[in-house]
Design a protein around this ligand. Structure first.
Ligand code: ADP
Ligand code: MG
Length: 598
């Protein structure tokens, strides 16, 4: 029998490769724009007709190509970006596979106009289905312009497979926005038909976000930043209140490459947990910078999936960065457009943690003068984090600053009272502050418990008459499994016969309470939480206990208690929400009050 295996002609090989690299007009847009970015362009213009089906063209003012390079760029596996296998592990460019142009040329009518800065004339190349039809010198601008006409004209099956214009256009816009977000220093334009759809001047990331998504975003952005030996994280988060019902405005970049990662998205969502209404998705644009040696982008031709060698470590940093940003900026009214992520370090340096610990230590004890400066700095740093103007909050704290022993109770009495045994009302500079006593106390306790179980610095109060509690077998087994975490909260428990526990001690910082109810309540609440949320065990316990132990609506509070609640709340990293997302306070603005009296 004769041999039957043959090598495929290049044009067919390219067509097959095109199936992977170019699935739709948007993929061609991505490849062309990435090439412009790799060519160090400072301006990139995308022109499309009929959602890219008849024309998509990308013009840039980048390096350009010599005549030979222009010709070479159409060959498969022809690239200027890597030379040897090791280069794959230190990639700094978007492209490297050298197959995009070859693939596009195989499935369209492609035209390249390109000129090197030093040359007088450029090169024009016209290609149809991998066939070079024309190659000649041409007068053109410095840089490169590549048009892809009638994509898939020679593969009717694929052309028919394209979706409606609206659908394909949306995909193009998605790709365009991702690249524009990743490169705010480059100017971008998108022209569809005769309309200039996007005109993005070069600038800072914050400006780019607002230019793309609209002015409303200006109000809702909080910077996020964290740096460890392994990774650097920067970007912006949307406020929980502004979260959308639709997923989509969530952008994750690794070394400026847009990626999809359910795993890392989970880290962000976990940080937002308890702050979002159900089924809503916060806006975020986050950049992860990592040494290319620790990642592999060569997983898929479209390169939106990548592998980290230590994914869990990256997860942990993302989680902590987002948590901290939410804590520090939850109420950020507007970002400062003169200060970009790089400069806003003041805020992140007064991390939620330190503020918490700081106040935790001071709260209840007079503030020493030596600490005053420190507190003021910390406070100054996180000032923007509170909606309330700076002058307002210190009314809570100034009592301490001024060591006005005699005045303090008088002032508090004048400005703080309880409404219907549910709300604490307090005059602040911008109006009237209303605090929901129950929600606020839950927030304070939650933070305290979490802190204690993290730092293992828990206090316990001994029960005088320890109580025996009987559970069903399943609950008993569950409790035994998390005994350590339960004890970290301040409970002291002991096995006392079959399915029976003795509660010898309860957390020290809880207002007097019955052990039995408290402990049973904790377990019950824990189970409810468990079915609703997926948070770490100790966090769930802290939530459950906070919910059970908090002061309830209807409880009469003395002035010291109110004072403690107000101070404690604003010392929290996330004062404005209870752990389950209920708001803890709001301010009835003076200006609003004035409108009632015209
Ligand atoms: P890759 O980007 O993976 O190298 P491509 O097929 O996308 O592969 O491009 C092949 C080569 O053509 C690139 O390596 C680059 O040298 C050159 N090239 C493509 N587009 C441009 C451009 N807009 N400006 C300058 N050079 C370009
Ligand atoms: Mg490329």
């Amino acid at each position: 029998m004769p041999d039957i295996i043959q090598l495929l002609p290049d044009s067919i090989a390219n067509q097959i490769a095109a199936g992977e690299v170019v699935q739709r007009p948007a993929s061609a847009v991505k490849e062309l724009m990435e090439n412009s970015i790799d060519a160090e362009a400072s301006f990139v213009r995308l022109i499309i007709k009929e959602s890219g089906k008849t024309l998509l063209q990308v013009m840039d003012d980048g390096k350009g190509m010599s005549e030979t390079d222009a010709r070479m760029s159409l060959e498969r596996h022809a690239t200027s970006k890597i030379r040897k296998a090791e280069d794959l592990f230190q990639l700094r460019t978007m492209g490297f596979r050298g197959e995009a142009l070859a693939s596009m040329a195989a499935v369209s009518q492609l035209e390249i106009r390109t000129r090197l800065a030093g040359d007088e004339l450029g090169t024009l190349l016209v290609v149809e289905a991998s066939d070079v039809k024309r190659q000649e010198p041409v007068a053109c601008d410095k840089g490169t312009s590549i048009s892809v006409k009638n994509l898939f004209y020679n593969i009717p099956a694929r052309r028919n497979f394209l979706k409606s214009n609206a659908n394909e256009y949306q995909h193009i816009v998605d790709e365009f926005q991702r690249l524009a977000l990743a490169h705010p220093e480059i100017a971008f334009q998108l022209i569809e038909g005769d309309t200039l759809e996007f005109d993005l001047p070069p600038g800072k990331l914050s400006q780019r976000i607002v230019n793309i998504f609209g002015k409303a975003y200006q109000e809702q952005l909080a910077p996020c930043r964290e740096e460890t030996a392994l990774v650097k994280i920067s970007g912006y988060l949307g406020k929980p209140q502004a979260a959308r019902k639709k997923r989509g405005e969530q952008f994750l970049f690794v070394n400026k490459r847009f990626i999809r990662s359910n795993y890392l998205n989970h880290a962000v969502m976990t940080a937002f947990q308890g702050l979002l209404p159900e089924n809503s998705f916060p806006f975020y644009v986050l950049f992860i910078e990592i040494d290319p040696r620790h990642i592999d982008v060569n997983v898929h031709p479209t390169k939106t999936e990548i592998k980290f060698d230590d994914e869990r470590a990256v997860y942990a940093v993302v989680l902590s960065a987002v948590r901290q940003a939410i804590g520090a900026h939850n109420l950020t009214p507007a970002i400062d457009f003169d200060a970009d992520v790089n400069i806003i370090s003041k805020l992140s340096s007064s991390s939620a943690q330190s503020k918490e610990v700081y106040f935790e230590e001071r709260f209840g004890s007079p503030l020493k003068t030596s600490n005053r400066d420190n507190w003021e700095t910390i406070f100054e740093g996180s000032r923007e984090a509170f909606l309330i103007p700076k002058e307002d909050i210190p009314q809570v704290h100034t009592l301490r600053f001024e060591s006005a022993v005699n005045q303090s109770s008088e002032i508090t009495e004048k400005v703080c009272f309880q409404l219907h045994n549910r709300y604490i009302v307090k005059q602040v500079k911008s109006g009237l502050l209303f605090i929901d006593q129950q929600a606020a106390h839950e927030r304070i306790l939650f933070q305290k418990f979490l802190q204690q179980s993290r730092t293992k610095s828990v206090q316990s109060q001994q029960s005088l008459f320890p109580q025996a509690l009987i559970f069903n077998a399943a609950d008993f087994a569950m409790i035994m499994e998390m005994q350590q975490e339960i004890e970290a909260l301040g409970f002291r428990i002991e096995v006392f016969g079959k399915n029976t526990l003795l509660v010898n001690g309860i957390p020290g910082n809880i207002p007097s309470s019955h052990e039995k109810e408290l402990f049973e309540g904790l377990i019950e609440q824990f189970k409810i939480n468990q079915s609703e949320l997926s948070v770490p065990l100790s966090e769930n316990l802290a939530r459950a206990l906070a919910k059970r132990a908090a002061i309830k609506a209807g409880q009469v509070l003395g002035s010291e208690e109110m004072k403690g609640l107000v101070g404690g709340l604003f010392a929290c990293a996330t004062p404005n929400y209870a752990p389950d997302g209920r708001p803890t306070f709001f301010i009835f603005e003076l200006t609003k009050i004035e409108t009632y009296f015209r």
